[in-house]
Design a protein around this ligand. Sequence first.
Ligand code: NAD
Ligand code: IPM
Ligand code: MN
Length: 391
Amino acid sequence: MGGFGYPKRREQPKKHEGEGSMASNKRLLVLPGDGIGPEVMGEVRRVIDWMDRRRAVSFDVEEDLVGGAAFDAHGTPLHDNTMARAHEVDAVLLGAVGGPKWDSLPFGQKPERGLLRLRKEMGLFANLRPALCFEALVEASSLKPEIVSGLDLMIVRELTGGVYFGEPRGIEELPDGERRGINTQVYTTEEIRRVAAVAFELARKRGSKLCSVEKANVMESGVLWREEVTKLHGEGYEDVELSHMYADNCAMQLVRYPKQFDVIVTDNLFGDMLSDEAAMLTGSLGMLPSASLGATDETGRRKALYEPVHGSAPDITGEGKANPLATLLSFAMALRYSFDLADDADLIERAVEKVLADGKRTGDIAGPGGQAISTEAMGSALIEELDRMAA
Ligand code: NAD
Ligand code: IPM
Ligand code: MN
């Protein structure tokens, strides 16, 4: 493994001017999805267009349907043609899926199944969820400033296994008329080792600390998880400081003293929950990006899907209140990991930092009584800032 990372700021790689200028167009499949997905993606598209015009890189952007939008058009949350395109492109950027309109659909047709199919069939087993507290947002967190100021941690969530996909699963009728819902938590050695290897590699590029999280006190899959991570540590990652923690304690430690963590590696379900929790350390779910990565192939290429951690936010859909920054920062992760355009990723991250420092806030990060701007106004502020920075 190797060749990628989300380095701590002090270790950002050096910039090379003109990087990407010789490359052919980058293929990006954009799947806005449902709810606020299309709203936030609209602002990200403006930034992509800006990059096409102003930077030495251009993108072939294709757009398609996923989730409820795909169900409404095709009767399935992910059309086979869309799945095929996702395999072909260099990277996929997804908004959000789901919403009350589709909640009563049969399980296999729910919007969320579209996203799960993308993750599974693309083999995206490592989901990188960085929680970084921008200095300007220290006050927006529900925690005390000294707890979150300077926070920079990375959750590596296993994404294609565990209880999300384990068999048997289903809802069954029992002879006495009772019903029983079943899901199975299951992990193999290889599933644990490959995601742990990604986490060790990342830790090495950051603060060299890895905390592996499970519930080995009550789950056999957790016992195996701990044993395999420990074994892999001894097979060439001794330079990384490894610790183990039960998931319930980790949930508590994240709000008690989150800066004790550098990289956390955990399973699919614990990773889902702990990353939503970590989002509030940064101020809002609207701020947290993610990268879902597959294995590297012989050519050094890896399949990848970039997605904010948040969902379709039905409670604010259509009101122009959504924060587009999690999706924009997910696009920045695509630039860094799939397109090797660290300069451009830096540029976007610095523009976000500056816009926040100038006091621009969507409602989720405005704080009580604070002045909130619209999704579109946030997009405009970003474009203005990018213009200034590139002048
Ligand atoms: P959610 O993340 O959509 O919303 C939780 C809360 O955070 C809401 O109050 C919402 O308004 C707020 N929020 C989320 N993103 C925001 C943003 N960008 N700007 C401002 N506020 C934001 O979670 P939920 O309400 O539990 O789920 C709603 C739907 O989304 C469900 O159908 C769920 O399955 C789906 N979902 C999809 C994804 C995804 O597509 N990756 C992730 C999580 C949930
Ligand atoms: C996430 C979401 C998804 C998950 C849902 C929408 C399938 O909550 O990406 O965090 O549970 O993985
Ligand atoms: Mn989630």
